[in-house]
Design a protein around this ligand. Structure first.
Ligand code: ARG
Length: 455
């Protein structure tokens, strides 16, 4: 077997190991081979290489792909990266013709291409996982659409809201996340090949053809920028950071709600762990991990921004550091979304405990103030009256409902018998504004959410 003429300069073993990206960039083998096949086709079409040569190259690349997929490919650190590993193997398989593949190409535009192909695919997978998580939230909301829960501000009971409304708030966050990934897709969908090392290539190539072969909708417009731009990775990581931030907020609520103190929900056994010492425990580990993994996703975004900061044009080897963080971001985010969806599917809502949490009905204080406003009192005055009334009720250990007519009237003569019509249900029904928590609005929101999460 002939060995390839590829010579990479670092002869010091430690330096070579230090510079090798093959331990991680081998993950891009499929994109690298796809890109090379499209490039070879274009070279033949443009008569830069012969049609027969391209055919041999493509056949060789196909068989290398199979070798890799069957685990029969020997990755070699001394060949530095995925591009060189594949090219060297191609040389072993087809001889000198292999050397023609890299005509009119540089590893700089080749790597930019591989990464863009990879990120494009992963954006679609990520968006689909967000959609699946949304669908689970919508299902849980729909199955419990009559449940009224305390809405919180400062983690203090504030006003009653429908549980479905609360869950659909997360639907909205994830909807924006999907939009962010779609935006990012538009800027990732740019074909960089033809930029060469940095200034373009001195051959009569057809970049549009390569773009079409690989499913890109446009080609890059500045070769220096194309080989040194990693914005699309930063954008993926930024969108990922925002998405997992949303997921961590949801996760935190699930942790809280599944605690003994709240008891609003029960997470299925398959998604909780016991303790080796405390037999009563059902720990919400999946939610905790989804919350905790936010740290590494943020970290990769900061890492990538820092790698790119102040880099002079065009390619610099620093940029090889773009991959591990990207891969980990992709894996961490997608796994977090998928496992969270699985976990949320097992959640049982404990409506009794939720009602219990509002037994003292102080969450209706705003409604009492609004009641006085409707009877003619300016809101600020009404607020003061109900503040004093609440303090009184609390000191007596009574709920609003338990206060007598006389007690009410001591705080305002405007209180009449219909004050007892104020209930949790009347409170949510009253908030019938667009985007509000009334059952009518929430039913509408549910219909919209179902439509948007359909496959
Ligand atoms: N392994 C390199 C990277 O990941 C590929 C490009 C290498 N280009 C170069 N001129 N050394 O960035």
């Amino acid at each position: 077997m002939k060995s390839s003429p590829i010579k990479l300069s670092m002869t010091d073993k430690q330096a070579r190991d230090y510079g090798a990206s093959i331990p991680f960039d081998r993950r891009l083998y499929r994109q690298d081979i796809e890109g090379s096949i499209a490039h070879a086709r274009m070279l033949a079409k443009q008569e830069i290489i012969a049609g027969g040569e391209a055919a041999v190259i493509i056949k060789g690349l196909d068989s290398i792909r199979k070798e890799i997929e069957r685990g029969r490919f020997q990755f070699r650190t001394e060949l530095e990266d995925i591009h060189m590993n594949i090219e060297a193997r191609l040389f072993e398989k087809i001889g000198e013709t292999a050397g023609k593949l890299h005509t009119a190409r540089s590893r700089n535009d080749q790597m930019a291409l591989d990464l863009r192909l990879f990120v494009k695919e992963e954006i679609l997978k990520t968006v689909d996982k967000i959609r699946a998580l949304q669908a689970v939230l919508v299902e849980l909301a729909g199955a419990n659409k009559d449940v009224i829960m305390p809405g919180y501000t400062h983690l203090q009971q504030a006003q009653p809201v429908l549980l479905a409304h609360h869950l659909l708030a997360y639907f909205e966050m994830f909807q924006r996340d999907k939009e962010r990934f779609h935006d990012c897709l538009g800027r990732t969908d740019v074909m960089p090949l033809g930029s060469g090392a940095l200034g373009g290539v001195p051959y009569h190539i057809d970049r549009e053809f390569v773009a079409q072969e690989l499913g890109f909708s446009k080609v890059s417009t500045n070769s220096l920028d194309a080989v040194s731009d990693r914005d699309f990775i930063i954008e993926y990581e930024a969108a990922a950071a925002i998405t997992i931030m949303h997921l961590s907020r949801l996760a935190e609520e699930l942790v809280l709600w599944s605690s003994n103190e709240f008891g609003f929900i029960k997470i299925g056994e398959a998604f909780t762990t016991g303790s080796s010492i405390m037999p009563q425990k059902k720990n919400p580990d999946v939610a905790e991990l989804a919350r905790g993994k936010t740290g590494r996703v943020y970290g990769h975004l900061m890492g990538m921004l820092t790698i790119m900061k102040s880099l002079p044009l065009a390619y610099n080897r620093d940029m090889q550091e773009d991959k591990e963080g990207l891969f980990d971001t992709v894996d961490t985010l997608q796994a977090s979304l998928a496992v969270s969806a699985g976990m949320i599917k097992t959640i049982k809502i404990n409506a009794g405990r939720i009602a219990q949490a509002m037994k003292t009905d102080y969450v209706l204080a705003t409604d009492l103030a609004d009641y006085l406003v409707k009877k003619g009192l300016p809101f600020r005055r009404a607020h003061g009256v109900v503040a004093r009334l609440s303090e009184y009720a609390m000191s007596k250990g009574k709920s609003f409902r338990e206060l007598g007519r006389k007690e009410y009237r001591e705080f305002s003569p405007l209180f009449a018998g219909d004050v007892y019509d104020i209930t949790l249900a009347s409170s949510v029904v009253a908030r019938n504004v667009a985007g509000g928590t009334s059952p009518q609005q929430v039913a509408k929101a549910l219909r919209r959410a179902r439509r948007l999460t359909k496959k």
